[in-house]
Design a protein around this ligand. Structure first.
Ligand SMILES: *Cc1c(COP(=O)(O)O)cnc(C)c1O
Length: 235
């Protein structure tokens, strides 16, 4: 199938999953996870109806930005972000989805203040409690969220999760847990409730289940672009 057909198929499945649970398809944004893709492929995806791209490597993203590959779409940073690279990301993306420590949050605040802008962020939650994954524990989310709300150059928009690789039972249980956490945080931060409306979860293998459980952003790579070449695990 062509890229355009894949995009169409994923969109149709998102819409079907949404309707199944009484949601409106427009509530959900398909974020194309564009790691390892060329400027050309990114432009083709945008021409075929992609409205948001997610990048997880600073260097790759910078090269695509320099080539004006993301014109007309939202750009999200979805990978692990080192504090020494925040100056390459803050103010250049619409949303940093992967804030996983107080140290990173404070580094983002500092850079955003310097640029005199407000950076939208999500807190990344390690919902499966896996040691190898980044993200804060579920019981640490509230503390980090309260801290984010104190910072004038950061706007907390919600939560993001990368659950464990789905086993036989899939990730629905984790997605449900994330949705509860999201609703809970929204309620606790009631003064800022209007800003918290993003729940990012679900990838190629399980985006439909994530939508059924309340995702507003799904990050999909392989199902759109096909398998990726193996990458070195550094950035
Ligand atoms: C690559 C990536 C995805 C998409 O993964 P696929 O399984 O290819 O859909 C989603 N989220 C993050 C953070 C990623 O790095």
């Amino acid at each position: 199938m062509s890229l355009a057909e894949n995009i169409q198929k994923v969109k149709v499945e998102i819409a079907a999953a949404a309707r199944e649970v009484g949601r409106v398809p427009e509530e959900i944004t398909l974020v194309a996870a564009t790691k390892t893709q060329s400027d050309e492929t990114i432009r083709a995806a945008i021409a075929a109806g992609i409205t948001a791209c997610g990048e997880n490597r600073v260097q790759e993203m910078t090269a695509h930005l320099d080539a004006d590959a993301y014109v007309g779409v939202q750009l999200h940073f979805i990978g692990h972000l080192q504090t020494n690279k925040v100056n390459k990301v803050v103010g250049r993306v619409d949303l940093i989805e992967s804030v996983d420590s107080l140290r990173l949050l404070e580094a983002i605040e500092k850079q955003a203040a310097k640029l005199d802008l407000v950076q939208d962020i999500l807190i990344e939650v390690n919902v499966g409690g896996e040691e190898s994954k980044s993200g804060v524990r579920a019981d640490q989310v509230e503390t980090l969220a309260r801290k984010a709300l104190e910072l004038p150059h950061v706007r907390l928009r919600g939560l993001m999760a990368i659950p464990p690789v789905a086993g036989e039972k899939g990730n629905r249980g984790f997605f449900r847990e994330m949705y509860q956490l999201y609703v809970d945080i929204k309620q606790k931060m009631v003064d800022n409730e209007t800003d918290i409306n993003c729940l990012s979860m679900g990838m190629s293998a399980d985006y439909a289940d994530a939508v059924r459980e309340g995702a507003t952003l799904v990050r999909v790579g392989t199902a759109l672009f096909g398998p990726r070449p193996v990458q070195a695990p550094v950035d």
